[in-house]
Design a protein around this ligand. Structure first.
Ligand SMILES: Cc1cc2nc3c(=O)[nH]c(=O)nc-3n(C[C@H](O)[C@H](O)[C@H](O)COP(=O)(O)OP(=O)(O)OC[C@H]3O[C@@H](n4cnc5c(N)ncnc54)[C@H](O)[C@@H]3O)c2cc1C
Length: 226
């Protein structure tokens, strides 16, 4: 199903990182972890890859009024057009899809590994969970070039100070398999959820395997296209 909706806010929330807020159509349903497609009626800057892209939803499924997505500017015609569209402009979105469904009930520890805007599906989940509360630890390993380019850092720090079951670990080094071998030993019993650009996801998974984490305890979502 395709919905026509409007941009209701646009903020640069970290260096080169844009959060777009869309009006949530009343029959648009999604679960934390899913993505949607945004399509633009016309491009003001030409783009060989066309006028649509996939974005994970970064806002809570409990927010019935808004849908948020987050992306880095890249110079692509699609994103340049989107960044310069005024509030009130219309875009088309498709019904949410995807099987990267974060667990509704926690029965063991979980580790979330986010590379850059790979934080989006975890934000959706954490915003929701904070209203639900939870009984098992969740650790977020959040990788960025530097704190200035880390979206939602303030919100995540607040969550980790207020929720004893949530720990934020900031990573400001290039991910290597060795780094994740070490981290695997810290969180041996956990289920691992890894989201980000394909290279970062592959490096992380490689390190986790070397660190002894079985494949069925590693779930991934690659932001193909980066
Ligand atoms: C399931 C899923 C969920 C996703 N969720 C998100 C999300 O939440 N947020 C998100 O940002 N992305 C997400 N993506 C990826 C997204 O759909 C895009 O593919 C990605 O953002 C790159 O789009 P782009 O327009 O920047 O680059 P593309 O045009 O697709 O080009 C790829 C790369 O080429 C370079 N490039 C492109 N044009 C230029 C230019 N004119 N000059 C210089 N360099 C250029 C950029 O480095 C760019 O990253 C997701 C993908 C999948 C499959």
């Amino acid at each position: 199903m395709v919905f026509e909706t409007q941009i209701i806010a646009h903020n640069e929330i970290a260096k080169g990182t844009h959060e777009l807020t869309l009006k949530r159509p009343s029959d648009f349903v999604f679960q934390a972890g899913q993505y949607l497609q945004i399509a633009l009626a016309e491009l003001t800057v030409a783009d060989p890859k066309g006028a649509s892209r996939l974005f994970s939803v970064a806002s809570s499924p409990y927010d019935l009024h808004k849908i948020k997505v987050v992306f880095r500017s890249s110079g692509s015609g699609f994103k340049d057009t989107l960044i310069h569209m005024p509030v009130g402009s219309s875009v088309q979105i498709e019904q949410a899809a995807g099987r990267f469904l974060l667990p509704q009930t926690l029965t063991r520890p979980h580790v979330f590994v986010a590379g850059g805007v790979g934080i989006a599906p975890f934000m959706s989940y954490l915003y929701q969970k904070i209203e639900d509360e939870w009984d098992y630890p969740i650790a977020l390993l959040y990788g960025n070039q530097n704190p200035e380019s880390a979206a939602y850092l303030k919100e995540l720090k607040l969550m980790s100070s207020q929720h004893r079951q949530f720990a934020l670990n900031e990573i400001y080094e290039r991910p290597t398999p060795e780094l994740f071998v070490t981290l695997a030993s810290t969180y041996q019993d956990a289920v691992w959820w890894v989201v980000g650009p394909p290279g970062m996801v592959a490096t992380t998974v490689n390190g986790l395997h070397l660190g002894g984490i079985e494949a069925d305890r590693i779930l991934t979502e690659s932001f193909d296209g980066y």
